[in-house]
Ligand binder design. Structure first.
Ligand SMILES: NC(=O)c1ccc[n+]([C@@H]2O[C@H](COP(=O)([O-])OP(=O)(O)OC[C@H]3O[C@@H](n4cnc5c(N)ncnc54)[C@H](O)[C@@H]3O)[C@@H](O)[C@H]2O)c1
Length: 374
C-alpha cells in the first residue's frame, strides 16, 4: 500500500464498531462475475473491514457504475445502495441487464438527480458515509445539442447531492470527472497540474464545474472529495454511443465504418475494471488535500488503425472502410499522466486492448443473442 493511502473508515462514526483485525489483503482467488468470466480477483483496495460503511453509487445501473457495485459487493466493502434514473439516453434494457447480478443485494433508488426532494429523502433514509457519483449525462457531441440538460443534470444534480451530503454527514465523495476538462491542452501527457482554462464543450464545462463544487464543499464543510478524470473507458456494458461500440456493430452487420484521416490518431483507452481499481483507491483515500484530483487512464495509447484491427480480429470480420478526411480539431493524441494515481491510489492499469476488446465483443454478442439492442 503506497504512502498516503489510508482508510478513511478510521474517521467515521462506524470506526469504533469496525472489526479491528480483518484484513482486506485477500490472496488472489478465483471468482465468477456476472459476465460469466472466471478471473483472478484483483488485490483488494481496502486495508481493513469496511463492512459497516454505507456507500451510495449514483449511476449504479450504468456502464462504470454497475462494474463498481459488483466489485464493492465482491470485496464486502460495505452496505451498497444505488441511485439511477434508468433514462433512455441509450437502451434502458441494457441498464436492467447490468444490474441483474446484484439487484437483490442492494437497495435500488430509481429517480432523478435533478429532483431535489427525491435526493433529500434518499439521503435522509440511507445516510451514506460515502458517495461514488457516476450518474450524469455523458457524451461530448450531445451536450452541444442539449447544453441546458447537461447543466441541469451534471451541475444542478451534483449540487443536489453535495448539499444532501453536507446535511446528512457524508464524509467522502468520489466524483466522476473527465479527461475532456483538458480542452485545448496541447501538452501530452495530460497532467493534473496542467492549467485548465479552456474547456471546449458544455459536457467538459459541467465536469469542470463539478470539480469546482467538490472543492467548495471540501473547503467549506470538510467533506473529503476526490475527482477522477477518466480517459476513454471501454469494456463490457459500455455505452452504445462510444466509437468501439459503433465500430463493432457496423463490422458485425457488414456496414462501412467512417475512418477519419490516415488512422494514426491515438487515444488513451482504459479498461473498465482498471477504472474500478482507481475508484476503489479513491474511496479508500483519506489523507492528502481534502479535495484532490487524479487522472485515471490506461497509460497506453492505441492508434485508430490498431483499434480497428483489434475489433476486426475479435469480431472475426474485416471492416469495410469509408475513408474520410481528418476532422478539424481532432487532436492527434490523448494520453494520461497517471504517475500521481499510481503513487497515491496504487492505480496500475493492466488490461490491454488485445484482452479488453474481445471481452467487450463477447458481452456485445451476449446482449444481441438476448435481443437487447446495444
Ligand atoms: N465512459 C467513459 O469513457 C467516461 C469518460 C469520462 C467520464 N465519464 C463519466 O463517468 C460517469 C459514468 O459514465 P458511464 O460511461 O458509465 O455512463 P452511463 O451513461 O453508462 O452511466 C451513467 C448512469 O447515470 C444514470 N443517469 C443519467 N442521468 C441521470 C439522472 N439525471 N438522474 C439519475 N441517474 C442518471 C444513467 O441512467 C446511467 O445509468 C459519467 O459521469 C461520465 O460523464 C465516463
Amino acid at each position: 500500500m503506497p504512502e498516503g493511502n489510508h482508510s478513511w473508515i478510521n474517521d467515521t462514526k462506524q470506526a469504533a464498531k469496525a472489526a479491528p483485525t480483518a484484513s482486506f489483503h485477500n490472496p488472489p482467488q478465483k471468482v465468477a462475475n456476472s459476465l460469466n468470466h472466471t478471473q483472478h480477483a484483483r488485490p483488494s483496495a481496502f486495508r481493513r473491514s469496511q463492512a459497516l460503511m454505507k456507500i451510495l453509487v449514483t449511476g449504479g445501473a450504468g456502464f462504470i457504475g454497475s462494474h463498481t457495485v459488483e466489485r464493492l459487493l465482491r470485496e464486502g466493502a460495505g452496505d451498497v445502495c444505488i441511485l439511477d434514473s434508468f433514462n433512455d439516453y441509450y437502451n434502458p434494457e441494457i441498464k436492467r441487464a447490468n444490474i441483474r447480478s446484484f439487484k437483490d443485494q442492494v437497495a435500488i433508488h430509481e429517480g432523478d438527480l435533478t429532483d431535489k426532494a427525491f435526493i433529500d429523502a434518499l439521503f435522509e433514509k440511507e445516510k451514506p458515509d460515502a458517495v461514488i457519483h457516476l450518474a450524469g449525462r455523458a457524451g461530448v457531441r450531445p451536450s452541444i445539442e442539449q447544453p441546458e440538460l447537461y447543466i441541469d443534470v451534471n451541475i444542478k444534480g451534483t449540487f443536489n447531492l453535495l448539499e444532501a451530503a453536507r446535511r446528512t454527514g457524508t464524509k467522502h465523495f468520489v466524483f466522476a470527472s473527465s479527461s475532456s476538462v483538458y480542452g485545448v491542452n496541447k501538452k501530452v501527457p495530460f497532467c493534473e497540474t496542467d492549467p485548465i482554462l479552456q474547456t471546449i464543450s458544455p459536457y467538459a464545462m459541467t465536469k469542470m464545474a463539478g470539480e469546482q463544487m467538490c472543492s467548495n464543499y471540501s473547503h467549506l464543510y470538510g467533506i473529503k472529495t476526490v475527482c477522477l478524470r477518466f480517459f476513454t473507458v471501454y469494456g463490457p456494458r459500455q455505452r452504445p454511443d462510444l466509437a468501439i461500440s459503433k465500430f463493432t456493430r457496423r463490422i458485425q452487420d457488414g456496414q462501412p465504418i467512417d475512418k477519419y484521416g490516415a488512422g494514426h490518431t491515438a487515444r488513451d483507452y482504459t479498461f473498465v475494471t482498471d477504472i474500478v481499481d482507481g475508484i476503489l483507491g479513491a474511496l479508500n483515500y483519506s489523507d492528502g488535500p481534502i479535495c484532490d484530483i487524479f487522472n485515471l487512464g490506461g497509460s497506453q495509447t492505441v492508434t485508430l488503425n490498431d483499434m480497428i484491427a483489434t475489433i476486426e480480429k475479435a469480431v472475426g470480420k474485416e471492416a469495410i472502410i469509408n475513408a474520410m478526411p481528418e476532422q478539424p480539431g481532432d487532436v492527434p493524441l490523448t494520453s494520461a499522466d497517471v504517475e500521481k494515481a499510481t503513487r497515491i491510489l496504487n492505480f496500475r492499469p493492466t488490461t490491454h486492448t488485445d484482452e479488453g476488446i474481445p471481452r467487450f465483443v463477447e458481452w456485445f454478442n451476449q446482449m444481441r443473442a438476448e435481443g437487447i439492442a446495444c
